[in-house]
Each structure stands twice: as structure tokens, then as C-alpha cells.
Ligand binder design. Structure first.
Ligand SMILES: [Ca+2]
Ligand SMILES: [Ca+2]
Length: 184
């Protein structure tokens, strides 16, 4: 199903997200705004993009634990970026759909709660380096600049870096849910 930007469903689901994007013209370097059709998933409010059904929570910020619960209440989970393809696809989608495509930061489904420096995705029993997980720079360093002295046990995807950092879990941030068919 394709819904154009005028559709009431899209507008009510994502009141803060502009349905237009710009691209740079190779000839004159001017910004050209284009109308973009939005492909939606089977579940209300989720956008389909290259095999990923995701929903951005931008203004309704939550702690990591509450964000995880919110995603599960919707029948999904905090997004799991356990492959290079999934990570890059999600970054690309956020550059297209996020209201803050280059400054946004979102909780995702990565944590080392329970065992310091043993990172896992929320969907998996397997832990540690066996799983793809793309951190930025010297992260994970169990340090959050804004919360020195607190553990940093929750993954945040920062659009500025196109990668993940570990931050303090009990602060409130935007987050990304995904819907995967077959999940309970
Ligand atoms: Ca940690
Ligand atoms: Ca950190």
C-alpha cells in the first residue's frame, strides 16, 4: 500500500515528520524538494523501508526500559541492528524519515545491563562479539558525557555519527521500534 503525503493516516501518525525531502541537484547544487510516497507496514504507524518496518518516536521520549516496553506493547521490539545491512538500511531510513536526520539520537535494542561490557540485542540469547553491533569511536566505554558517574548500559543510535554509543539508560530519549512478523 502506498499513501501519499496528503493522507490523513500518515499525517495523524507522524505529525512532526515532513513528508517531503530534499536532494541536491548535480547540475546546480540547488535543493529540490520532492514529494515522497510512504510505504506503510501491516501494523498501524509503521513505515516500510527495504525490509524494515520501523516507527520513530521523536517527541514522546522515554527511558530505555520504558521504550522497550512501549515497542513490545505495539507487538514489536526496540530495533535490532545485528547486521551491516540492517544497520545501514536503518541509518538510511532515518536520514530520509527522521525529523532530525543528522542530529537525532534514539534508543535501540542493545544493552549490557546485567553483565558489564557483555553487549546483546534484545531479541537474542546469544551475547558478546558473535553478534554484529556497530559502535562509534571509542564506544562502548560505559560513559555518558551528560551523566558522569553513572553506568552507560544502553545503545543509542546517533545520526551525527551513523553509529551507536552507550549512554545512561534512565534518561529519556527518542527511540525506534521495529515490527517483525512472527514475533509474539
Ligand atoms: Ca555498560
Ligand atoms: Ca559512551
Amino acid at each position: 500500500m502506498i499513501i501519499e503525503s496528503e493522507c490523513c493516516c500518515y499525517a495523524s501518525d507522524f505529525p512532526t515528520i515532513d513528508t517531503y525531502y530534499f536532494t541536491m541537484s548535480s547540475s546546480n547544487q540547488n535543493k529540490v524538494w520532492l514529494k515522497r510516497p510512504v510505504h506503510v507496514c501491516d501494523v498501524p504507524g509503521f513505515i516500510y523501508y527495504k525490509e524494515v518496518c520501523f516507527k520513530i518516536f521523536e517527541e514522546n521520549t522515554k527511558t530505555w526500559g520504558d521504550a522497550k516496553q512501549e515497542c513490545e506493547l505495539l507487538g514489536g521490539r526496540l530495533i535490532v541492528l545485528n547486521s551491516e545491512y540492517k544497520h545501514n538500511t536503518t541509518v538510511e531510513a532515518l536520514h530520509n524519515f527522521s525529523p532530525n536526520p543528522y542530529t537525532g539520537q534514539y534508543f535501540v535494542g542493545a544493552t549490557d545491563i546485567g553483565s558489564e561490557d557483555t553487549w546483546r540485542w534484545v531479541d537474542e540469547q546469544s551475547i558478546g562479539s558473535a553478534t554484529y553491533m556497530k559502535f562509534h569511536g571509542n564506544n562502548p566505554n560505559n560513559y555518558d558525557f551528560h551523566y558522569p558517574g553513572e553506568d552507560a548500559n544502553c545503545g543509542v543510535l546517533k545520526m551525527r555519527h551513523d553509529g551507536m554509543v552507550d549512554d545512561y539508560c534512565l534518561q529519556e530519549k527518542g527511540f525506534i521500534c521495529e515490527y517483525v512478523k512472527g514475533l509474539p
